[in-house]
Design a protein around this ligand. Structure first.
Ligand SMILES: Cc1cc2nc3c(=O)[nH]c(=O)nc-3n(C[C@H](O)[C@H](O)[C@H](O)COP(=O)(O)OP(=O)(O)OC[C@H]3O[C@@H](n4cnc5c(N)ncnc54)[C@H](O)[C@@H]3O)c2cc1C
Length: 601
């Protein structure tokens, strides 16, 4: 489907972003089984590490050092590549330049939504100002053809007489391949490349089974992860030094002064947010490193509040300080209550790298009287929260060692043949040539209703309306909405994965794909296919007071108890709420049959 025809689905309240325009660029979404198997056998991260290892070791002193900031490391503090780049620049007495390359084709290919792009730009603008105070320029370029980005970057390095490039590794296949290409081009130009691990607490590849393979099950991974971490805590979580300022002279120099003039654009064509949504995002997800640290601080020291539902600042007044009943202290018991801010809501900041995940771990140690060991157990709030951060590392490790998951393939190839329901009006069959998910313009009625939150199943509708309004929803609600799409509506998980990626502000390929493949039972350590969530009993568990549903589904605001979780047809009709799009008990059997016999209808 040509990107020119892309249009995002609208929510019941407002269109989330304007129509996306582009040329004929058409990224292929689903690899063949053979291609995916070949990439699994030879993961691109290992190729990148070897390209770095075989790169230029000793360089002549250049005129600058460049740190290439990417979309997932939008911070100055505790940023390994930035810190190392700065240290070399300082030692050699040459300026540090920070580069950010806007690559719209990558955003299209990776289903980046306007909210995430806007969040990136808002944060970049603050970073530019902070770096300027250190006389470090943030040089922002826009490069339209993603295939030629490596050569564009290397040409720029040559222009800046830079002989050392630094960056934090991005683990998605396309990004790894881009960086391998950068390494080759840089080597030919005698430039040394330093790409380092920064995203995870324990970097991919360190936690392995006895057979020297990657774990595909979380629990043993987490145990090994925790002991690896605790064997040498400081190696994993010590803070990287802040960057040194450049000499003020750099602002006057012929080679560099112009770099201070580049500004961060307010928006990127094709990814503009409508004004109302922009304002909402600014309220719910304010930008900045200090903001992220304050959100963490609130999570560690204040109580959960029911006023934190919907369009409200995470730093709204009125949070009550309490160390015993703080959100983290209660996390092991209360985290599934979605009618209050029981969880940290740091995922947008972690996904964009605005806060360092190491800073999160260090904060928990401080909270435990400067403990030297990280608590990763089930019994405490802190331990449970650390386990969630381990899920983030786990899914990143999966992305690295089973890159198939970022190529549109199921982790469990045996489920590749599952027959999904037609989700596009003109979709002749469910074969997947090219883009399997479509551009949203021809959604089937069921898919439209799922996206809009009008399925007639209150818990699913509340979840989806929360996604549409806040760009975020609690983990349990993500699972319920995803399970409903893939098992009740029997719609391909990749369709939901794309919608989440386009609308969540915390969209992260590894975690999003992990969550979707878990829900669809096609992934690592998945929900077994026969354990299909009953959305009505889930609803009473995750929203016992009903406050969450009443907030997001105002048609039902007057209902209580079973009427709220599962309104009768007459009640629904009276309130102007839709009847259920499917009957759970009927469609459950269809899912069981199709998962038991992939390929059969
Ligand atoms: C279908 C589906 C899609 C998802 N898509 C994303 C996504 O695009 N980006 C994303 O960051 N998370 C995703 N998650 C994981 C999880 O839902 C969110 O990380 C979490 O809800 C964020 O809220 P929080 O920051 O309050 O989390 P907390 O409960 O405070 O947890 C702290 C941090 O741990 C990490 N974390 C927590 N749970 C998970 C998990 N299950 N998997 C991986 N990391 C986790 C996140 O970085 C989170 O910020 C998805 C889950 C599902 C089921």
């Amino acid at each position: 489907m040509p990107a020119a025809k892309r249009r995002l689905p609208s929510s019941p309240t407002q269109p989330l972003q304007k129509r996306q325009k582009s040329s004929t660029f058409n990224p292929r979404k689903v690899a063949t089984a053979d291609a995916a198997a070949a990439v699994d056998r030879d993961p691109p991260l290992l190729k990148l590490l070897s390209a770095i290892e075989n790169g230029v070791k000793k360089t002549e002193k250049g005129s600058s050092i460049v740190y290439w900031m990417r979309m997932a490391d939008l911070r100055i503090s505790d940023n390994r590549a930035l810190s190392q780049a700065s240290s070399q620049a300082h030692k050699e007495g040459i300026p540090l330049v920070v580069l950010f390359a806007i690559s719209p084709q990558d955003y299209t290919a990776h289903d980046r939504g306007a909210r995430r792009i806007d969040f990136t730009l808002r944060n970049l603008a603050l970073i530019r100002d902070s770096l300027a105070k250190l006389h470090i320029p943030l040089h922002t370029i826009t490069h339209n053809v993603r295939k030629t980005l490596p050569s564009c970057v290397v040409s720029l390095l040559k222009e800046l007489k830079c002989t050392n490039l630094y960056g934090n590794i991005e683990y998605e296949v396309d990004e790894l391949r881009r960086d391998i290409h950068v390494c080759h081009l840089a080597k030919a130009s005698n430039i040394s490349v330093h790409f380092v691990h920064n995203k995870c607490i324990v970097e991919p590849g360190l936690v392995k089974t006895k057979e020297d393979t990657a774990y595909a099950v979380y629990s043993p991974y987490q145990r090994n992860w925790l002991s690896t971490l605790n064997d040498n805590v400081s190696r994993f979580i010590d803070e990287s030094p802040e960057p040194h300022p450049n000499s003020e002279q750099v602002r006057k120099s012929k080679e560099f002064s112009h770099l201070f003039e580049t500004t961060v654009p307010e928006s990127i064509p094709g990814f503009e947010l409508v004004q109302e949504d922009r304002k909402t995002m600014e309220t719910v997800w304010p930008a900045g490193e200090d903001t992220a640290l304050e959100i963490l601080d609130r999570f560690l020291h204040t109580k959960a509040r029911s006023s934190q539902m919907g369009i409200v600042s995470p730093l709204a007044d009125g949070a009550e300080t309490s160390d015993k009943a703080s959100r983290i202290a209660k996390y092991n018991t209360d985290r599934d209550d979605a009618d209050r801010d029981t969880t940290s809501r740091l995922s947008p900041y972690l996904s964009a790298g605005i806060i360092s995940v190491r800073a999160c771990v260090r904060a928990t140690l401080k909270l435990q009287k400067n403990s030297k060991k990280v608590d990763g157990g089930k019994e405490t709030g802190i331990g449970r929260w650390i386990q969630e951060l381990a899920w983030r590392d786990f899914y990143t490790n999966i992305l690295v060692y089973f890159p198939r998951v970022s190529m549109g393939r199921p982790y469990l190839e045996k489920y590749a043949d599952i027959v999904w329901e037609v989700h596009r009006e003109n979709q002749a069959d469910s074969g997947y040539e090219g883009d399997p998910v479509g551009d949203g313009t021809q959604d089937s009625d069921g898919l439209k209703r799922w996206k809009q939150g009008t399925t007639g199943v209150p818990v699913v509708d509340a979840a989806m309306r929360c996604v549409n309004q806040m760009g975020w929803v609690h983990n349990r609600f993500r699972m319920i909405a995803a399970m409903f799409l893939t098992k009740d509506l029997m719609i391909d998980w990749r369709v939901g994965e794309k919608y989440f990626m386009q609308n969540l502000i915390d969209g992260d390929l590894a975690s999003n794909n992990g969550g979707w493949q878990w829900s669809a039972s096609t992934g690592v350590d998945p929900a077994p296919y026969f354990r299909i969530f009953n959305p009505y009993s889930q609803s009473t568990k995750v929203d016992p007071t009903g406050d969450f549903i009443r907030h997001f589904v105002p048609e039902l605001a007057k209902l209580r108890g079973d009427d709220l979780h599962n309104p009768s047809a007459s009640l629904a009709d009276k309130l102007g709420y839709p009847r259920p799009v499917v009957k759970h008990h009927d469609v459950r059997d269809r899912a069981l049959r199709r998962f038991k016999n992939p390929g059969e209808k």
